[in-house]
Write a protein that binds this ligand. Structure first.
Ligand SMILES: [Zn+2]
Length: 280
C-alpha cells in the first residue's frame, strides 16, 4: 500500500507569548509543494530568512531544540520540537513554519495548539508517494541514557521514564504513532518541569513569560494541575522524540525505544540516522 504525501489545505495560525521574549509571536504553518519536507522561515524586520530543517542546522542546547541558519548563526528559532512533533505525528510531509520571533511559543507546553490549528484547515493528499526513512537495522545511542531505533513495519515508540520526584517516578508507555493516537495521547501531553527549575529560570531572567498557570509543574509531592491522563509524562517525551526525529525531514518507520533519554540523545540519534540513510 502506498501512502501519498500530505500538506495543509490552507495556512494554520497559532498565536502565543514567547517564554524568552515575553512578547506575542505568530506562527503560520503554510502548505508546501511535493518533496519540500518541513522547513522554517524567520520573519525579522520585514525580511524572510529561510531556515531549512536539517540535523546540520541544530544548535546544541539544553532542554529544548533550536534550529539556526547555520551552526554559528544568531538567526535562530527556539523550541521547534513541539510543532515538528505535530507535523511528524499528524503525517504532514510538506509544510513551511513561518514565525515572527526567535521562538515558537510554548503555550500550554503540548502540541495541542498546533494540532487544533492544523485540524481547523485540514490536510490534503499530494500527487506523490511519501518518502520515509525505513530503519533496516538497529541503531542506538548510549550516552548518559539509552535511545535506539529498531526495524518495524510501522512507526512506534516505547519510553521509560525514571524521574527523581516520587510523584512522577518510574513509568513506561508504548504507542503506535497513528493520527488517532497522536490526537489522543501524544499531542495533548504537556511539558513538565521541576518547581525549583522554573524558579531558577525566572529569577535568572532567562524566562520572561511566567506561564506557570499553564505548564505542568512538578513539586515534591504534587503537580500544579491534574494530569490530562495517566503517563502524560511518558507521552510528552514521545512528542519530543517525534519532533527531534523530524529534523531528518522525512517520516520515520521503525520502533524507537528511549530509556531516560532526552533532547541530547534524540539529536545524536537523528544525526546517526542521517549519516546512514540520508547520504545522497
Ligand atoms: Zn517537549
Amino acid at each position: 500500500m502506498t501512502v501519498k504525501q500530505k500538506t495543509l489545505n490552507d495556512v494554520a495560525i497559532i498565536d502565543g507569548i514567547g517564554a524568552f521574549t515575553g512578547i506575542e509571536a505568530r506562527v503560520e504553518i503554510c502548505p508546501a509543494p511535493v518533496d519540500h519536507g518541513p522547513s522554517f522561515e524567520l520573519i525579522q524586520d520585514g525580511a524572510v530568512i529561510e531556515i531549512p530543517v536539517s540535523v546540520g542546522n541544530v544548535i546544541e542546547t539544553e532542554n529544548r531544540t533550536v534550529l539556526a541558519k547555520s551552526e554559528d548563526s544568531e538567526l535562530q528559532i527556539n523550541f521547534v520540537e513541539h510543532v515538528l512533533g505535530a507535523l511528524h505525528g499528524m503525517g504532514v510531509d510538506n509544510a513551511v513554519v513561518r514565525v515572527n520571533s526567535v521562538e515558537i511559543p510554548l503555550i500550554d507546553g503540548s502540541a495541542m495548539p498546533f494540532l487544533m490549528a492544523i485540524d481547523k484547515v485540514g490536510l490534503r493528499e499530494q500527487d506523490a508517494e511519501r518518502r520515509e526513512i525505513v530503519i533496516e537495522k538497529p541503531v542506538f545511542i548510549d550516552d548518559n541514557a539509552l535511545l535506539m531505533a529498531l526495524p518495524s513495519d510501522k512507526l512506534e515508540i516505547t519510553y521509560y521514564l525514571d524521574h527523581p520526584n516520587d510523584i512522577v517516578g518510574k513509568r513506561v508507555a508504548h504507542i503506535e504513532v497513528t493520527l488517532e493516537n497522536f490526537r489522543k495521547r501524544i499531542g495533548p501531553s504537556r511539558t513538565f518541569i521541576k518547581a525549583e527549575k522554573i524558579q531558577d529560570l525566572l529569577v535568572s531572567g532567562a524566562v520572561k513569560h511566567d506561564d506557570r498557570a499553564q505548564v505542568l509543574i512538578v513539586h515534591k509531592d504534587h503537580t500544579s494541575a491534574p494530569l490530562r491522563f495517566a503517563d502524560e509524562y511518558c507521552y510528552h517525551k514521545m512528542l519530543d522524540i517525534l519532533g527531534d526525529m523530524y529534523l531528518l525531514g522525512r517520516r520515520l518507520r521503525g520502533h524507537i525505544i528511549g530509556i531516560r533519554s532526552g533532547h541530547y540523545q534524540n539529536r545524536k540519534l537523528a544525526r546517526k540516522i542521517a549519516g546512514e540513510y540520508l547520504q545522497e
